[in-house]
Ligand binder design. Structure first.
Ligand code: 13P
Length: 261
């Protein structure tokens, strides 16, 4: 019998959007719409919003994550936020997002150090990986994803339920060009087999998300793929109706899975 798939996760990466006031209002509306969902739902607002949004989500089923953290616990690192500061506020931290890799210049080595630091403070890590358009055209997608996974995971201990991997092809982020379900599934299958090699049995507890122009219109067909266990949503996570519809699609896909077992 194949292992039970991990609980699906739909996470909204707000990126650098919303004022604190707008963010609190959005969090309240999303909490009211999505509390008690049959899948995990998580909000990733900007740093200044985290304490307030934690208060809004208190007592609800929604999870809270940060969009990044630094690799050290404290010290002279102006402008950075340490994982120690997120403890007690956040459940998760997103690391390795392509905007941090490609706009902020983060290396595989720095992301690996951040991952070790986040795990030292028992934060679950959402590790984002994915190829650029040039890398896809050169047919190096799998090699790029392999390198990103290996460098992030080879020197850290990860236990059950402590890691999520998000496959986000850079060319699909914010462009409206979603990967086809078949393209996304092909890479997510590859990621699953690499995680088996790197993590052994723990790999069965790692949800693999797809991210890149996920909308209410395309979520259901992505979630129908067996190795896609949810989504990391950017633009659509700022709209209550769109994000709610994506969560509903994940719930429907999950009950379909349970029905077919
Ligand atoms: P979009 O959904 O806006 O394409 O962003 C995806 C993303 O980068 C989520 O982390």
């Amino acid at each position: 019998m194949s292992p039970r798939p991990p609980t699906p996760l739909v996470a909204g990466n707000w990126k650098m959007n919303t004022t604190v006031g707008e963010g609190l209002e959005l969090a309240r509306a999303l909490r009211d719409a999505l509390d008690g969902s049959g899948v995990e739902v998580e909000l990733l607002p900007p740093f200044p919003h985290l304490v307030g949004v934690r208060g809004v989500l208190q007592g609800s089923s929604l999870l809270l994550g940060a969009q990044d953290c630094y690799a050290e616990d404290k010290g002279a690192f102006t402008g950075e936020v340490s994982p120690a500061m997120l403890v007690g506020i956040c459940d998760d931290v997103l690391l390795g997002h392509s905007e941090r890799r490609h706009i902020l210049g983060e290396s595989d080595e720095l992301i690996a150090r951040k991952l070790i630091a986040a795990r030292r403070h028992h934060l679950r890590v959402i590790l984002a990986v994915g190829e650029t358009e040039a890398e896809r055209l050169e047919d190096t997608t799998m090699a790029v994803v392999d390198r990103q996974l290996r460098s992030a995971l080879e020197s850290v201990e990860v236990g059950d339920g402590e890691l999520v991997v998000a496959y986000e092809p850079v060319w699909a982020i914010g462009t409206g060009r979603t990967a086809t379900p078949a393209q996304a599934e092909e890479v997510c299958v590859h990621i699953a087999s690499r995680l088996d090699e790197l993590l052994g049995e723990v790999a069965n507890t790692v949800p693999i998300l797809y991210g890149g122009s996920v909308t209410a219109a395309n979520a259901a067909e992505l979630f129908a793929e067996p190795h896609i266990h949810g989504a990391l949503v950017g633009g659509a996570s700022l709209k209550v109706d769109a994000f709610t519809a994506i969560v509903r699609a994940a719930e429907a896909a999950r009950s379909g899975d349970a029905g077919s077992r």
